[in-house]
Design a protein around this ligand. Structure first.
Ligand code: ADE
Length: 242
């Protein structure tokens, strides 16, 4: 996969030169390129922003440097993504869809954002990380890139897997424990030491359901639930008769 990022702060993306995303780049499973669109400004001071028509606070990124930076990229079938609090909420499902693309282009805004013609003429996806406002698109882009790259084939080693990830199953993930079996008086749940795989699976499923019920009940509306799941949820919500 090719990932290109148009940004005024390319140095910030060094955060992706570590750990799993670095290995994915080293193994050529992903090619990550940053492009400073200030380099395309025809203004002799490299200016990329201007005052909004109609007045108001803040500056807007002007069309010329962004259109010219985009025109310098090889023509490809690709998504052109802009990060904005007014976008659709980013999700694991979106990351899974994007992981099938050949190329993603991220346009990182700053200040009050981009002139609307950039959105209208260039952008295919407007996406938000959540209901809060960041100072720019870079941290949001890095978050989304990380979420996509770990889903690419062979990026997570054979010992790691994303199939049980929170959200992939429609539920939050169950808790994990490693050695020692007791630490400062706190024991690992006995069931995990039992060697009984059916009991372990049942416990994990119930822990997922319980966490989701307590922390993100909104997810239960769309989660695929069995009758047994529903019975367990009824029992912890006090709805059950038994
Ligand atoms: N840029 C500023 N705020 C943002 C948010 N919440 N999500 C994505 N990009 C943003």
């Amino acid at each position: 996969m090719n990932i290109r990022v148009l940004t005024l702060f390319p140095e910030m993306f060094s955060a992706l030169d570590h750990s799993i995303v670095k290995r994915a780049q080293d193994d050529e499973r992903v090619m990550l390129e940053t492009i400073n669109f200030r380099d395309f400004s025809t203004n002799r001071h490299g200016k990329v922003d201007d005052y909004p028509y109609g007045g108001g606070a803040g500056m807007l990124l002007t069309p010329q440097p962004v259109f010219d930076a985009m025109a310098s990229l090889p023509e490809r079938k690709r998504r052109i993504i802009v990060m904005t609090p007014t976008g659709k909420r980013f999700s694991q499902r979106m990351a899974e869809e994007w992981a099938n693309e050949e190329e993603l282009v991220f346009l990182c805004g700053h200040y009050e954002g981009f002139d609307q013609r950039i959105h209208d003429q260039l952008v295919t996806d407007e996406v938000s990380l959540g209901d809060f406002v960041l100072t720019g698109g870079e941290l949001a882009a890095m978050t989304m890139i990380d979420a996509v790259v770990r889903l690419l084939p062979d990026v997570l080693g054979a010992s790691a897997s994303h199939e049980d990830d929170s959200f992939s199953t429609g539920l939050l993930e169950y808790p994990h424990y490693t050695r020692p079996a007791e630490y400062k008086g706190h024991r690992v749940p006995d069931v995990l030491l039992s060697g009984n795989h059916a009991r372990i699976e049942k416990w994990r499923r119930e822990q997922s359901l319980k966490r989701t019920y307590e922390r993100r009940p909104d997810l239960l509306v769309d989660a695929p639930l069995t009758e047994e799941d529903q019975h367990y949820l009824d029992s912890i919500s006090g709805l059950s008769n038994d």
